[in-house]
Write a protein that binds this ligand. Structure first.
Ligand code: ADP
Ligand code: MG
Length: 477
C-alpha cells in the first residue's frame, strides 16, 4: 500500500465517524509525507489544522491507521503544501488559494469554488483615510466560551483572523438570535486589529449598510461609497438577512463583494439562517455566499450555559451562589443574550435591595421573567409604559412634530420596540406615524450610544423595562 493509498483508506474511515463539516474543515489538503518505524508523518496545510488534528483527532487517525497497519504507533503533523485528493475533498489547483470542495447541501456546510471571474475593475486607491471600524473591544476570542454548539464557528472565525482572505472566503456564520454571532464577528475584527494594525477593517450590520448606501445614492456619492468599502482588507457584514428584498442594495453589495473577493480580501457574513433560507436573496448573491465556508451556531447545552454564567460573573467581578447560578442556567435555555439578561436581573435586584442574591429571590425574579416571556410583550404595552412614564398621549408620539419633550420619548419608544420586540426598523417607523426607517435607525443608535455615556438615561431605561416587565400596567391607552 502506498502512502497515498493508505491515507485515502484512512480518510474513508474517518469520514464515517465525524461530521461532514468537521471532516472537510480539518482533513482537506492533508497527506502522508512519511511512514517509517511505526511513525506516520502527516502533512497539513496550516498550523491551525495541525493543532486540531494533533489534539482532537489524534485518536481517530491513529485508530484508523492501525486498522491497516498494526505496527503504527505514533503520528506527527507537519505543515506542508502537498495535497491529496479524496472523493469528498476534490481540489482544483491553480486557482487562487481556494480549493473546490463539494459537500452535500444537507450537511449544513457547503464550499465551492466560484469559477466565473467577474470583470469588475480591480484598481482601487490605497489611501488610508481615517475610518470607523465599528468594533467594540468587549468582544474578544478570549472571553468567548467555546463549547460544542459553537466550536466549529469559533474555529473558523479564529482561522480567518489569522489568515485574512486565505482560508475561508467568504465565511458565513448563521444561527438564532443571541447565540454569539456578533460576538464572534467582532472578535475577528479585534484580533486582526491587535495582530495586524495596518489592515483596514470594517464591521457593519446590513441595515446600517443599506442606509449608508441609500444616502450615498441620494447625495450622488455612490462611487465614493463603493471605493471606501473596496479598500477594506476585512469587511464584516452582520445580520445579512436584512439585505433580503432590497434589490439595489444587493446589487451594489454584490459588486463590492466581487471586488474584494478578487483581491483576496476577507469577507465575513452573519445571518439568522443559512443563505438558501433567505427567501428574497438574489441567486447570484446566494451562490457567492455558498461559495465559501458556511458554519452554524446552535443552542448551548446546560453545561455550556453554566460555564457562560460563571465567566460573566468573573468578568463583572461579582459573586453569585452556586444554587442561583444553576437555577438560571436550567431555566433560561434559548439563548445567551437572555441568559445574560436573567443574570443581570438577579444581580440588579440584589444590588437594589442591598441583599445578597439567594436561590429564593432568583426563583422569584426568574418566574416573573419566564412568565413575561410567555406573556409576550406587545407594542401596545410599550406605548402604554412610555405614555405613563413621560405623561403623554399615544397621539403625541405618532403625530408629526419635533418638540423636544416628545422627541426624546419617541426615540426611547423606538429603541424599546427594537430591543425588546426585535421589530424591523421599517415596522417601527410605520407604527410611529409612518416615519422613515432611517429616522428609526438614527434614534436607535443615538439611545444605544448615549445610554453608555449618561447614567440618567441608563436609569430611565431600566426603570422603563421594570415597568414593562414587572408592573401590571394598564394596557389601554
Ligand atoms: P447574536 O449576534 O447571535 O444575536 P450576540 O453575539 O449578540 O448574539 O450574543 C449575545 C450576548 O451573549 C452577547 O453579550 C455575547 O457577548 C454573549 N455571548 C454569546 N455567546 C457567548 C459565548 N460563547 N461566550 C461568552 N459570551 C457569549
Ligand atoms: Mg447579532
Amino acid at each position: 500500500m502506498t502512502n497515498e493509498e493508505l491515507w485515502r483508506a484512512v480518510l474513508g474511515q474517518i469520514e464515517l465517524s465525524i461530521s461532514k463539516a468537521n471532516f472537510i474543515t480539518w482533513f482537506k489538503n492533508t497527506s502522508i509525507l512519511n511512514n517509517q518505524d511505526g511513525c506516520v508523518v502527516i502533512g497539513v496545510p496550516n498550523g491551525f489544522a495541525k493543532e486540531w488534528l494533533e489534539n482532537k483527532y489524534n485518536l481517530y487517525i491513529l485508530r484508523a491507521l492501525k486498522s491497516f497497519d498494526t505496527t503504527i504507533h505514533t503520528i506527527r503533523c507537519v505543515i506542508s503544501q502537498e495535497k491529496i485528493s479524496h472523493p469528498a475533498i476534490q481540489t482544483v489547483d491553480g486557482v487562487k488559494n481556494i480549493d473546490a470542495i463539494q459537500a452535500p447541501e444537507q450537511s449544513g456546510f457547503t464550499r465551492k469554488k466560484i469559477l466565473e471571474k467577474p470583470s469588475f475593475g480591480a484598481q482601487i486607491s490605497h489611501n488610508t483615510t481615517f475610518h470607523e471600524t465599528n468594533l467594540h473591544s468587549r468582544y474578544t476570542f478570549e472571553n468567548f466560551i467555546v463549547a460544542e454548539n459553537n466550536e466549529l464557528a469559533r474555529a473558523a472565525c479564529y482561522a480567518v483572523s489569522q489568515n485574512l482572505g486565505l482560508v475561508y472566503n467568504p465565511l458565513f456564520i448563521y444561527g438564532g438570535v443571541g447565540l454569539g454571532k456578533t460576538h464572534l464577528l467582532q472578535s475577528i475584527g479585534n484580533e486582526v486589529m491587535k495582530n495586524f494594525p495596518e489592515k483596514r477593517i470594517k464591521y457593519i450590520n446590513s441595515e446600517r449598510f443599506t442606509t449608508e448606501l441609500v444616502d450615498s445614492i441620494k447625495n450622488q456619492k455612490i462611487d465614493k461609497f463603493k471605493e471606501y468599502y473596496q479598500q477594506m482588507d476585512l469587511l464584516i457584514i452582520d445580520d445579512v438577512q436584512f439585505l433580503s428584498g432590497r434589490e439595489k442594495t444587493q446589487n451594489e453589495f454584490f459588486h463590492i463583494f466581487n471586488a474584494l473577493y478578487q483581491l483576496d480580501k476577507q469577507i465575513v457574513i452573519s445571518s439568522d439562517r443559512p443563505p438558501k433560507a433567505i427567501p428574497t436573496l438574489e441567486d447570484r448573491l446566494r451562490s457567492r455566499f455558498e461559495g465559501g465556508m458556511i458554519v452554524d451556531i446552535s443552542r448551548p447545552n446546560l453545561e455550556t450555559r453554566i460555564a457562560i454564567l460563571e465567566s460573566k460573573i468573573l468578568e463583572k467581578g461579582v459573586v453569585l451562589d452556586k444554587a442561583s447560578l444553576h437555577f438560571i442556567a436550567e431555566h433560561i435555555t434559548q439563548n445567551i443574550r437572555e441568559l445574560e439578561g436573567a443574570l443581570n436581573r438577579v444581580l440588579a435586584f440584589s444590588e437594589f435591595h442591598k441583599v445578597p442574591a439567594s436561590l429564593e429571590n432568583t426563583k422569584k425574579i426568574l418566574s416573573q421573567l419566564i412568565e413575561n416571556n410567555k406573556k409576550n410583550i406587545k407594542s401596545d404595552d410599550v406605548f402604554s409604559v412610555i405614555c405613563s412614564f413621560y405623561d403623554l398621549q399615544k397621539e403625541d408620539l405618532i403625530k408629526k412634530g419635533r418638540k423636544k419633550e416628545i422627541v426624546h420619548p419617541r426615540q426611547v419608544m423606538m429603541y424599546l420596540l427594537r430591543t425588546e420586540l426585535e421589530m424591523p426598523f421599517s415596522t417601527i417607523g410605520d407604527l410611529l406615524g409612518g416615519r422613515d426607517h432611517t429616522t428609526v435607525l438614527h434614534a436607535f443608535e443615538k439611545i444605544e450610544k448615549n445610554k453608555n455615556i449618561h447614567s440618567r438615561l441608563k436609569e430611565e431605561l431600566s426603570s422603563l423595562l421594570e415597568r414593562l416587565y414587572y408592573s401590571s400596567v394598564d394596557t389601554t391607552v
